[in-house]
Design a binder for this molecule. Structure first.
Ligand SMILES: Cc1cc2nc3c(=O)[nH]c(=O)nc-3n(C[C@H](O)[C@H](O)[C@H](O)COP(=O)(O)OP(=O)(O)OC[C@H]3O[C@@H](n4cnc5c(N)ncnc54)[C@H](O)[C@@H]3O)c2cc1C
Length: 446
């Protein structure tokens, strides 16, 4: 097969531009692919600056849309490995039949077409910041500005201590369900086929993705067991000494609705996994057997940060080394990061990632246009459903404030609603659907 045939052979899907490059650019690519099958260079679209956004999640979609609004002549390219978007927020409801998959699923092509940017369906495997080139399995893309918004990766090291076989078994047989929809499919199957016994869920330490979601998932699985008269128990093993958010609301749901269905174990770390015999040993020395489980490990920023050479060390190990106000990578004024891979103490939530995207787009636009950049607080609004039919929810709402003395952010104007028993709890259950619809509208439509 010659190079031209290879190009034809590898399918390339791009929403708004053609992709095949010329022979010269192809030769350039061939010289630096380290044996990975090269394709072509994505041609430039228009005269404006090329801005590449890696990741079409809650942050990347927001950044790409805003960039096109603030810098209309920019050639914005969103590189995303998935072929379609399925939402993580609200997926806990889907696990137990609370919403249809259609509600969570959206088209990247529509998002790009509606908002005037390019969706390049490809997986990034390398970033050369000197050459300002991103390498993907479908070809390379040059940039003038780059945004890395590729989310999180799991960090199993605390449990596995380098045992790759154990990590593989945990990832494939007991997926956490905090990264992609494939994992949710597996967990949904586990719930549907659950016959009884213990269903273990873990809550990691650190600033893990979506603080309330593991407790919400526990409530909804317990609700399912209760309604379907399954003799089972959700065992919540929490590495933290206390429920990390909306504790009053979750504790009352656990004790009042799910006394016989949820056992909450605070400050508990799994020291040993015996997956063959379906048993774990905790740091208290308890042996706990299980029929099924979803083990949620600690999280870190996407490993693309290491590939790009911009991962932090020390306390924020594995998170992006950026200026916390401008989102610019320290020492590289062409690269920015957005979303859950950030080192800031913000909640790792979709609403935060989406609203933060406005800042990132404004920060880049101000650089390009020579205008003043104004930081605005990202906004976190997070609903957690604790029961279905009718859906009853609790929620937290907060902005953030910068403290110059210790160079961190703290909650600002924070408010919670934790009483799921009253009318406000039922209203919150309905409001959750409106919240999701509004954000999908924001990300996928004009
Ligand atoms: C079960 C669950 C429930 C949640 N509930 C809520 C909730 O109720 N409310 C809320 O606000 N938030 C919730 N969240 C959190 C929310 O989903 C995340 O905070 C949000 O998705 C973060 O956005 P992001 O853009 O940083 O990352 P992501 O949305 O994960 O996007 C990253 C994107 O990058 C892509 N990518 C990664 N690597 C590459 C590569 N090499 N090449 C190309 N593309 C790549 C990925 O495919 C992905 O699309 C929940 C999460 C989960 C898992």
């Amino acid at each position: 097969m010659n190079r031209r045939d290879a190009l034809k052979f590898v399918g390339i899907s791009v929403a708004t531009t053609a992709v095949l490059g010329n022979e010269a650019s192809l030769k350039n690519d061939l010289s630096n692919t380290n044996g990975v099958v090269p394709v072509a260079k994505l041609p430039k679209n228009g005269k404006g600056p090329r801005i590449v956004v890696i990741g079409g999640g809650w942050s990347g979609l927001s950044v790409a849309k805003r960039l096109k609004q603030y810098v209309p002549d920019a050639d914005v390219v969103m590189v995303e490995q998935r072929t379609s978007f399925v939402s993580c927020p609200i997926s806990n409801l889907w696990l137990v039949g609370g919403v249809e998959l259609e509600f969570l699923s959206h088209s990247f092509l529509d998002a790009a077409n509606n908002n005037g940017y390019t969706y390049f369906n490809a997986s990034v495997y390398d970033i050369d910041r000197k050459k300002r080139t991103v390498y993907t399995n479908q070809g390379s893309v040059d940039y003038e500005y780059l945004v890395i918004a590729s989310g999180i990766d799991y960090d199993y090291s605390r449990w596995t201590k380098g045992d790759a076989t154990l990590e593989y078994e945990l990832r494939t047989k007991y997926p956490a369900g905090f990264q992609n929809h494939g994992e949710h499919e597996t967990i949904k199957g586990k719930i549907k086929n659950f016959k009884g016994g213990n269903f273990i869920l873990t809550v990691p330490g650190g600033n893990y993705r979506c603080l309330p979601a593991p407790y919400e998932r526990a409530c909804l699985i317990a609700d399912y067991m209760k309604k379907n008269k399954i003799k089972g128990k959700v065992i919540v093993m929490d590495e933290n000494p206390e429920i990390t958010i909306k504790a009053k609301g979750f504790h009352s749901a656990f004790s009042e609705m799910y006394k016989d269905y949820i056992t909450y174990m605070p400050g508990t770390v799994i020291e040993e996994f015996d997956l063959k015999n379906k048993k774990v040993t905790t740091d208290f020395g308890d042996d706990i057997s299980f029929s099924d489980a979803a083990f949620y490990p600690r999280v870190r920023g996407s490993k693309l940060l290491e590939i790009a050479g911009i991962a932090k060390d020390g306390i924020n190990k594995g998170e992006a080394n950026i200026d916390q106000i401008t989102y610019q990578v320290i020492g590289d004024d062409r690269v920015f990061c957005s979303g859950d891979l950030r080192p800031m103490t913000f909640s790792k939530s979709g609403n935060t990632a989406n609203t933060e995207g406005h800042n990132v787009a404004r920060s880049i636009a101000s650089r390009i246009l020579g205008t003043k950049y104004i930081w605005e607080s990202p906004h976190t609004r997070c609903y957690s459903v604790v029961a279905l039919k009718p859906a009853r929810a609790i929620f937290v709402n907060t902005d953030y404030k910068w403290n110059d003395s210790d160079k961190t952010f703290t909650f600002f104007n924070a408010a919670t609603m934790e009483d799921w028993r009253v009318k406000a709890g039922v209203d919150a259950g309905k409001a959750l659907i409106g919240w999701g619809s509004n954000l999908y509208q924001d990300m996928f439509y004009k």
